[in-house]
Design a protein around this ligand. Structure first.
Ligand code: NDP
Length: 419
């Protein structure tokens, strides 16, 4: 019997909300709150007769702590699920602390305005000290650890697929298959085709920022940074086939480097087709990926936000996307003194997802773990005060829930390794 406030009603949130409604014995009441209340109302109306979960809606600007506090105090939830954008992570965490409510999200903090001098100063210091230049990192949210501990509240960071499930796969491998993990390769393959010449599978601004940034990986206790898309490998993915994949920086590498003892190397690869990369390079070259506002005929325009308005809304890709995703982790290490390899992954079919929740597999593979993370907190399987990433909790109940609610895993003990 739980009351949950869900912030955001975009591609990922819509799946998470539908999934919460499938588990109405736990999610007895939910409030969907977002910037555009009409979107929340439309989804609530669709679900009303299909679930026992009591759904209400609200309008909130999650950049505004006072508005959030008023809404949380009015609704009195046990948990706030932040499925808006990473820009709102800190304001929502602040509001949760003020109101004494547990928190979770699906991506770590990054600022909307990367030209803000106050933020930039801290960022540049971090680039120098840590050795990677991504705009997002865990330091901002880890800084809340003591505050959440003192308040007796839990903040669960990054319960999507990657970050999220990939970290629970690491915890699972360590718990059941290895004494020591030496290397982790996280492989994210989207074999789906939506038929558009260019579109992003989730929020274009966040997605394009991520893939146009320098890549980096963790090796022998430090970061190695490389130019964007400069390490390419080919891999034959189960149920998808051969794909080109590129090494990217990804947020879970940072927490896994701290939490998997003795790990020597962690890399993250994502598949991209040549057409996607050519479009992206061209947009980057002409300045369309810039987040710095320009003056156009007396109006301030942020190029990447304008681009977002031109591109297909990721939430509309569902009915057009065919094919499968395959996301998982390959490990090398030792068990009982002998070398061992292990691959754990999930395969998800875009069309099956659409049939079930009217959404493609990218939103599905993020929305289901968001619901399962909330389920772990609400059923008290994962409740310790503080701020934690997924690999810091027992993976077994989470992986069981993922299997039950649509994301079962497959395993291989003789995987082809990535060179
Ligand atoms: P969308 O852009 O589709 O949805 C974002 C939602 O947040 C919209 O409903 C939007 O409202 C709302 N929102 C934005 N700003 C505010 C604000 N200031 N106040 C209130 N509501 C706001 O994004 P996605 O659903 O694709 O992504 C959601 C999150 O999931 C992101 O943080 C993304 O990084 C993360 N993600 C994580 C993945 C993982 O595997 N861990 C994979 C994919 C995504 P409106 O429409 O009115 O603007």
């Amino acid at each position: 019997m739980s009351r949950v406030l869900i912030i955001g009603c975009g591609g990922v949130a819509s799946v998470a909300i539908r999934k919460c409604c499938q588990v109405s014995e736990v999610f007895t009441e939910i409030c969907i709150a977002s910037r555009t209340k009409e979107k929340c109302d439309a989804l609530a109306a669709k679900l009303k007769d299909k679930t026992k979960t009591v759904i209400t809606t609200a309008k909130v600007d999650a950049d505004n702590v006072d508005e959030l506090v008023a809404l949380i105090n009015d609704y009195k939830p046990e948990l706030v699920m932040n499925i808006a954008l990473p820009y709102q992570d800190l304001t929502i965490m602040d509001a949760c602390l003020i109101c004494g409510v547990n928190y979770m999200d699906t991506a770590n903090y990054e600022p909307e305005d990367i030209d803000d001098p106050a933020w930039r100063e801290i960022y540049e210091e971090r680039c120098k000290n840590e050795g990677f230049s991504a705009y997002f990192d865990y330091s901002w949210q880890w800084a809340y650890k003591k505050k959440f501990e003192n308040a007796g509240l839990t903040a669960l960071l990054g319960s999507g697929f990657d970050p999220g499930v990939t970290q629970s796969y690491c915890a699972y491998a360590l718990k059941h298959h290895f004494d020591t993990i030496e290397t982790i390769d996280i492989l994210d393959c989207n074999g789906g085709d939506h038929g558009y010449p260019f579109a992003t599978n989730f929020n274009p601004e966040i997605n394009l920022r991520e893939v146009s940034a320098p890549g980096s990986y963790w090796e022998d206790g430090h970061w190695v940074e490389i130019p964007a898309m400069s390490i390419k490998r080919e891999y034959d993915f189960d149920e998808v086939g051969n794909k080109d994949m590129y090494l990217l920086h990804h947020e879970e590498i940072e927490s896994l480097a701290k939490n998997i003892p003795g790990v020597k190397r962690i890399r993250f690869f994502m598949t991209f087709g040549q057409s996607y990369l050519t479009h992206m390079k061209c947009l980057e070259n002409v300045g369309m990926l810039s987040t710095t506002p320009i003056d156009y005929e007396g109006q301030q325009i942020v190029p990447i936000q304008f681009l977002k308005a031109l591109l297909p809304d990721p939430a509309t890709l569902g009915p057009r996307t065919k094919g499968k995703t395959n996301i998982g982790c390959i490990f090398t290490g030792t068990k009982d003194g002998k070398p061992k390899t292990y691959y754990i992954y999930n395969v998800c079919d875009h069309e099956e997802c659409y049939k079930e929740v009217e959404s493609q597999a990218i939103s599905y593979t993020t929305g289901v773990p968001a619901m399962c993370g909330a389920l772990m907190l609400l059923t008290k399987k994962w409740n310790k005060p503080g701020v934690y990433t997924v690999e810091e909790f027992d993976p077994d109940p989470y992986i069981e829930a993922l299997g039950k609610y649509g994301l079962p895993h497959k395993e291989s003990f003789e995987p082809v390794l990535v060179k």
